[in-house]
Write a protein that binds this ligand. Sequence first.
Ligand code: 3PG
Ligand code: CO
Length: 551
Amino acid sequence: VKALEKNSKWQGRKGPVVLVIMDGVGYGKYSEGDAVADAHMEALADFQKNWPTTRLKAHGTAVGLPSDEDMGNSEVGHNAIGCGRVFSQGAKLVSSSLETGAMFSGDTWKKLVGNVKKTGGKMHFIGLFSDGNVHSHIDHLKAMLVQAKKDGVKSARIHALLDGRDVGETSALDYIDPFEAWLKELNADGSDFRIASGGGRMFITMDRYNADWSMVERGWNVHVFGKGRLFANAHEAIETWRKEIPGIIDQDLKEFVIAENGKPIGTIEDGDSVVYFNFRGDRALELTAAFETGADFDKFDRVRVPAVEYAGMMEYDGDLHIPAQYLVTPPAIDRTMGEYLAASGVRTLAISETQKYGHVTYFFNGNKLGKFDEKLEDYVEIKSDVLPFEQRPWMKCAEITDYVLEAIPSGKYDYIRLNFPNGDMVGHTGIYEAVLCSMEAMDLQLARLKKAVAAAGGVMVMSADHGNADDMFEHEKKSGAVSRKEDGSPKAKTSHSLNPVPCIVYDPAFKGEYKKELKEGLGISSLAATCIELLGYKAPEDYDVSVLNWN
Ligand code: 3PG
Ligand code: CO
């Protein structure tokens, strides 16, 4: 891309523009279960009261998802923020590829099917088993199974990663039971399609950003070798684990391997085909690496690497072309804000802790792992704790801030973007007290940043990629009342919300260059143009408009 055009009337402030992404912090719509409203957050309240503030849409079509019933998520959220426009996202592209049949007429599908027909092997489907539509959708899986059967595949095995994070926290059987009934019908005329293994998504397989490879190792052993606790079927496995570990939620359920006569029914062997049916990349890259990397793989001992045809639902990294084979082409996200800023000589720092590091880099840059310019950009990862975040709800927000508090006065950066994972990662645990604590810890950091930004004569834009902490209780669909457990306590909601998110422009050197009233009704894709304008440039013409009303 070409350098951005300078704004002839305004060169920006003296200090850096700091974009703070408060992951999972939205405006709740219910009075109960809104941990953002319930937490004691003086700094945030002060910003909202005294500085230009608006609400931005962060779900559904405003971030490229199929419908406004779809909650936002970090991938589509950071894509929109970093790319300044809305692209049709994975969820939508996969659905339409299935509707038009494009997926099945493509070379990858034909190769996967052709392979098992030639070898007599099995076709495996590994992925997140729910309709959360964040990483995957069970309807995509079903459509592929129907087609596989049509195409003459005799034997398929499903490796089901139980969700409870993008859907109800104990909803696994709502997916497993009807699916088993559906499979039974599909198998009525003799085909052999079965669930072979699985476990909670936060226990096996779906680690991200190299946070905890032991999860992937456990998943590898379960899916590939059938090494793990044996059960007759998935239903029995889920019920057994729930009984043995009272209070466990689906995302943490232990592994299961389905066996007959003591023998696992779905190990992955030479000559098999494997589809990872998640379309989102962050939690798919590691297992993909385990299947695709040669002898120099050093994350764990794979023991044996089956010679399979492997494909992802999507290309997970557009620069490095991972995986080598995929079923659906990802959105062609181009001309991102990061690329423009690099072309314009803007010195950038991107920082978060491990759990969201890829969000402010990889997702922010349109799902590309690398930098645009080594000299102009610094990407910093603070190591996340490796334990359940309800035990450390403050996470690393103080350490991230420590780093930024040195970066701001250093004069080394014109633009700093950071992500505080608190509202999201702790929100996903469903533990209310922990979420309150996570919010208050983050609020302290906002106050620290405020001082530094003021001293440097910079600007701080505070916003979020989607809601989560603002909506912590399940609600009855019809009445809107809080859903309760048998003991009367509220049923926790671990997933994201459909709520709008704040956008606050803290600009202590403000001299009336723009109106105090920010634009209303916009989406988070407007944050790119907003930051570009605050840096003293004109936003590219086709970017979604900034929230600023210039005088
Ligand atoms: C996860 O991967 O943790 C959840 O499915 C979605 O969370 P995120 O979109 O906030 O990363
Ligand atoms: Co989340």
